[in-house]
Design a protein around this ligand. Sequence first.
Ligand code: AMP
Length: 284
Amino acid sequence: MTAPIIRHLTDLRACTKGWHRAEETIGVVPTMGALHDGHLSLVAAAKAACDRVIVTIFVNPKQFNQSTDLDNYPRTEEEDARKLARFEVDAIYVPDVMQIYPEGFATNVSVGGMTDVLCGAHRRGHFDGVATVVTKLFTQTSADKAFFGEKDFQQLMVVRRLARDLDLGVEVVGCPTIREEDGLAMSSRNLLLSDRARVNASRLIEIMEDVVGQLGTGADFAPLQAKALTRLAAAGFTDIDYFELRACDTLALLARPSAPARLFAAAWLAGVRLIDNIDIPVPD
Ligand code: AMP
């Protein structure tokens, strides 16, 4: 059975009030739609952990720093609802812009420090947009738990920080990245890749895994990074926003994986920006 699609905050509140009265826990899975198995893994995690599950679908204009990117973002509401049917979620919240940013909206949620690097350095205002909409979605859904993908690791950290800093009472749960058979991290943006670009796209994770393998043998990162950039260029990646080794907890740059670390990359392929990150086992 397809879940009810709720478009207005008052209808959403009517549901959540009843659920809270019955002492049921509420899980929320915030998405921008064009759902794939990565999103659905978050829904499965939410179903396993909560009595009630709300999936939100909102293409948030505040987190896009290029209007063409916002215009081109895939929108597939009917298909999304069909994909969610087998999970028996309790509500699909699809607010229009006025439900989130009503007339005169003037508040900005900005998380300091960790948003200055990686995607924050390359997409000005992006994380303010994310932090603002996530705060709204947390308060509108009054969720107890919220499920986010490690695919967007920096975003996961930003959301955890704001939930703690603002005492939102939401537990932020991180879920592992789901990949295509060839290793490419699933992403709604993959739909925008041409057939040829799609073949080359998996070179990103392949090259990242090679680097992680060599880091495991004690190699320094700098020469591996230089070689990786050359290999990415040869695979057709035009602009490489970053290819960096950073500490998992602070996102500080590292020269070698001396603390729990991750390799982070963002690169453009045929006009599509791909991002990925992987964990690095700490050498013995
Ligand atoms: P988006 O619709 O791209 O804003 O993503 C919504 C949520 O799904 C975010 O928490 C993402 O991190 C998560 N997500 C996107 N792609 C994946 C993936 N391949 N594996 C796991 N989670 C994902």
